[in-house]
Design a protein around this ligand. Structure first.
Ligand SMILES: [Zn+2]
Length: 506
């Protein structure tokens, strides 16, 4: 696997020999959490005063407090007054790794000195853990970034790097010109990298299988035959699909009924459904029951990404990037901050403001909220996703922001926690148990200092995280993030010099 990554990975030039040669870390170790309240999430139960034994990456035992659970050499974690829940999963992120920086079209950015041992990527992985995020599904990025993530996925699984379990998606999209209603140009010949024939769509899915991706993200510029071929071949290959709904309105496009007759496993934004409700630029709330019915009938699940829409609307209305909660802005690395600043931040551009329908973005957010509530009432399975690091959405904490969004549209706190954990687990890792806090399950867990059922905001009060069975108290996560600060300062200084040089050149 690693050899294959090296052979194919253009973005892996900095892969250090020392990191490669490091022996596989012993997974987990043994831990006993004493007198803790367990919220398993596969039922409505709340189990008070439990002793939980974690061994070799798994939850070995959950017993009543006082039962004989002495384990030689186990680390004891005092769970008194604390709450143990499944770790969170971001079901929609775009993790830009070192490879994404090297893929930059700007040669000066591509040449940034990124240090050794994936220092940049390690900080990002730790910021997920700091927020209790022990799983993250990447919905596509640059070629170099995808290669990095496939490599990081293995390093994290083997305990060599601490981070969330990564699910790496392959984005498959056709050329815009192939579905344009008024084509400005004819597309170049169909190919698996930009397919508009069924054969090339199938080839794209097969390549993703060979390369070891975890799932497929169909994107919206797939025409009818290619969209169907991608969805069906994915199913044959054992892939789940989560992505955008196909573009409507051209001669070779899918229509609304067709998209639901050949459904993906999951729709990656509620906004995609809002797009299906638009006639011209008009958005009618009367369409909500019909859309919710179509979703329900087709059996597809949905990642509403309400915080994403709220953040975009915020940029449109306030003309600035909404503030990041608490101190989290300190964990947003200098390259991402540059992406959040004009001219890189397209959401603050005039072109973005000038596009047709921009004046209804706020209404689109309202529509998505009411629709999400309707989906919830019908029992459609929802997951928490953020589209981080879209400007304003930091990795990790944005998951907590989306949980609050879902609570505000009427999900119970239990169902918010489910959307943020076991629902995504079932979507991306269906063969690895239920993801609940139960004996035999993988120990990806969050220990909270306060009751999340009393107030969903308590999901930010994290005592520590079990990732693949290894305990990382918050102080340890903060210490390691602190160690990476010197590297990030150096990166920030490089970017400042770059901006300075550009300024004086004008
Ligand atoms: Zn996305």
């Amino acid at each position: 696997m690693i050899v294959q990554a090296l052979a194919l990975g253009l973005g892996l030039a900095s892969l250090s020999a020392t990191a490669m040669a490091a022996p596989a870390a012993v997974p987990g170790g043994s831990y006993v959490i004493t007198d803790v309240t367990v919220i398993p999430l596969d039922t409505d139960e709340v189990l008070r005063h439990r002793t939980v034994l974690i061994r070799d990456g798994k939850i070995a035992r959950i017993a009543a407090q006082g039962a004989r659970t002495r384990v030689e050499g186990a680390t004891v974690v005092d769970g008194t007054g604390k709450f143990l829940i499944p770790g969170f999963v971001d079901a929609h992120v775009h993790i830009a790794t070192e490879g994404a920086i090297r893929d930059s079209k700007d040669p000066a950015m591509a040449a940034l000195e990124l240090g050794r041992d994936h220092a940049y990527d390690r900080q990002v992985m730790l910021s997920f853990l700091k927020a209790g995020v022990t799983g993250a599904a990447n919905l596509g990025g640059s070629a170099g970034s995808d290669e990095d993530l496939l490599w990081l996925r293995g390093q994290i699984d083997q305990g060599r790097i601490d981070g969330p379990r990564l699910y790496v998606g392959k984005r498959i999209n056709g050329p815009r010109a192939a579905v344009a209603i008024k084509p400005e140009s004819t597309p170049s010949a169909s190919r698996p990298e930009a397919p508009y024939t069924a054969a090339d769509g199938i080839a794209a899915v097969r390549r993703a299988r060979e390369r070891g991706y975890d799932f497929i993200k169909p994107y919206q510029f797939l025409n009818r035959e290619t969209y169907q071929a991608v969805v069906e071949e994915s199913r044959r290959q054992g892939f789940i699909t989560t992505g955008h709904l196909p573009e409507l309105g051209c001669a070779s496009c899918a229509d609304r009924a067709f998209a639901f007759a050949h459904p993906m496993t999951n729709i990656a934004h509620s906004e995609e459904l809002a797009r299906f409700a638009r006639i011209g630029s008009d958005l009618s709330p009367n369409d909500i029951p019909a859309l919710a019915q179509a979703v329900d009938d087709s059996g597809v699940s949905v990642t509403p990404t309400l915080i994403t829409l709220k953040t975009i609307v915020g940029m449109y209305v306030q003309r600035e990037v909404p503030s990041v909660p608490g101190d989290w802005i300190k964990l947003v690395d200098p390259v991402t901050r540059l992406d959040w600043t004009p001219p890189a931040n397209r959401y603050l551009s005039q072109a973005f403001r000038d596009q047709e329908g921009a004046d209804t973005f706020s209404a689109g957010y309202d529509f998505a909220r009411v629709l999400t509530r309707e989906l919830y009432k019908r029992g459609v399975r929802l997951t928490v996703g953020t589209d981080a690091a879209l400007p304003g959405l930091a990795f990790g904490v944005s998951v907590q922001q989306e949980m609050i969004e879902l609570r505000e549209v009427g999900l119970s706190s239990l169902d918010v926690l489910r959307a943020a954990s076991i629902n995504a687990h079932r979507l991306f890792d269906p063969d690895a148990g239920s993801g609940a806090v139960r004996e035999g399950e993988r120990a990806n867990l969050v220990l909270l200092d306060a009751d999340p059922l009393a107030d969903i905001q308590n999901v930010s009060k994290i005592a520590g995280v079990f990732t693949q069975g290894r305990w990382l108290p918050m102080a340890e996560i903060d210490r390691r993030l602190g160690e990476g600060q010197a590297f990030e300062r150096g990166l920030g200084e490089q970017i400042e010099r770059l901006k300075g040089a550009r300024h004086s050149a004008h």
